[in-house]
Design a protein. Structure first.
Length: 149
């Protein structure tokens, strides 16, 4: 799978202890009308339970200069509520965290959860979006970060 180049996102949500985020490259657009997206979340990840219970999440499409954010949210942390310390973000219209500097932010309501062995595929309807000002996307290819050209 390392030969498949992907964009990099941070999926954010609000849990009982505040904002939560996880890096994800298993993300895709499913439908334009209505706008639907899909994200794959491991069942061991804290985001799994948060998205299941809240029914909401946001997808933040990272720009080329946000590699550090990708690494920050890819790390499993015992103090995950502190992962947002010093990270600039705002809340989207539905209350989900939108990371500043992202190429785009999509706020979603959960439409369906599909079991996929050790992961769940969350299908979300886009309820709000914001396009960022960046011009190049962060890309992951063969275990390394790169950017679009």
């Amino acid at each position: 799978m390392g030969n498949w180049a992907t964009g990099v996102t941070v999926v954010t949500s609000i849990g009982p202890r505040g904002p939560h985020g996880m890096t994800a490259n298993a993300f895709l657009s499913v439908s334009l009308d209505p706008p639907l997206v899909l994200v794959s979340v491991g069942k061991e990840n804290d985001s799994y339970a948060i998205i299941q219970s809240s029914g909401r999440f946001a997808v933040n499409i990272l720009s080329a200069d946000q590699e550090a954010l990708s690494l920050r949210f890819a790390t499993r942390r015992a103090d995950h509520e502190r992962a947002f310390d010093g990270v600039p973000y705002v809340f989207g219209p539905g209350g989900q965290p939108w990371l500043e500097g992202a190429l785009g932010c999509l706020e979603c309501s959960l439409q369906r959860a599909v079991d996929a062995q050790d992961h769940t595929l969350f299908l979300g309807q886009v309820t709000a979006l914001r396009e960022g000002a960046g011009s190049e996307a962060l890309v992951y290819f063969r275990s390394h970060y790169t950017k679009t050209r």
